[in-house]
Design a binder for this molecule. Structure first.
Ligand code: MG
Length: 166
């Protein structure tokens, strides 16, 4: 059995007048992510983690922000396309571990919904999706409520699609 890991990280500015979107869910917040797409920092980090696991480039390469096609795009699309690339390379996702770095609002009440949203898009059981929330305790841009960050690790294994490409 062949296993590989991928690591993704993303950060967006937080501004008034934009929704806070995490894994496609609108989280009640005074500030939201500034971005060319919906700014979904968690799905962007997940996309990079999936692509990184098979050394298939990064989100900017596959979905350049200079392309008007991606303006205000729902970022689930990026995850789904990365998953297509992963599966056509003969790999599938084993589990996902994510950390969101956000000063406020507190995400505790939304964690299970975020886990379910990720599980649904990548088609794995929710038990294989971990989402954690951390604060920067007032330090750096995230600590000053100027930014949100997300980190995602993904483990992938060869198959069950490997036979199609053997
Ligand atoms: Mg991004």
């Amino acid at each position: 059995m062949s296993y590989r890991i991928g690591l993704g990280w993303d950060s967006h500015r937080l501004v008034p007048g934009r929704p806070l979107v995490l894994a496609g869910l609108n989280i009640p917040s005074e500030l939201g992510e500034l971005g060319h797409s919906d700014g979904d920092v968690l799905f962007h980090a997940l996309t990079d983690a999936i692509l990184g696991s098979i050394a298939a480039g990064d989100i900017g390469m596959h979905f350049p922000p200079s392309d008007p096609k991606w303006k205000d795009a729902a970022s689930a699309l990026f995850v789904k396309k990365a998953l297509d690339i992963l599966e056509s390379s003969g790999f599938s996702i084993v589990n996902i571990d994510a950390t969101i770095i956000l000063e406020k609002p507190k995400l505790r009440d939304f964690i299970d919904s975020i886990r379910a949203a990720i599980a649904s898009v990548v088609k794995i059981p929710i038990t294989e999706v971990s989402v954690k929330a951390k604060t920067k305790e007032g330090m750096d841009a995230a600590g000053r409520l100027e930014a949100i960050e997300a980190q995602v690790a993904v483990l992938v294994k060869a198959g069950p699609f490997a036979s199609q490409n053997a």
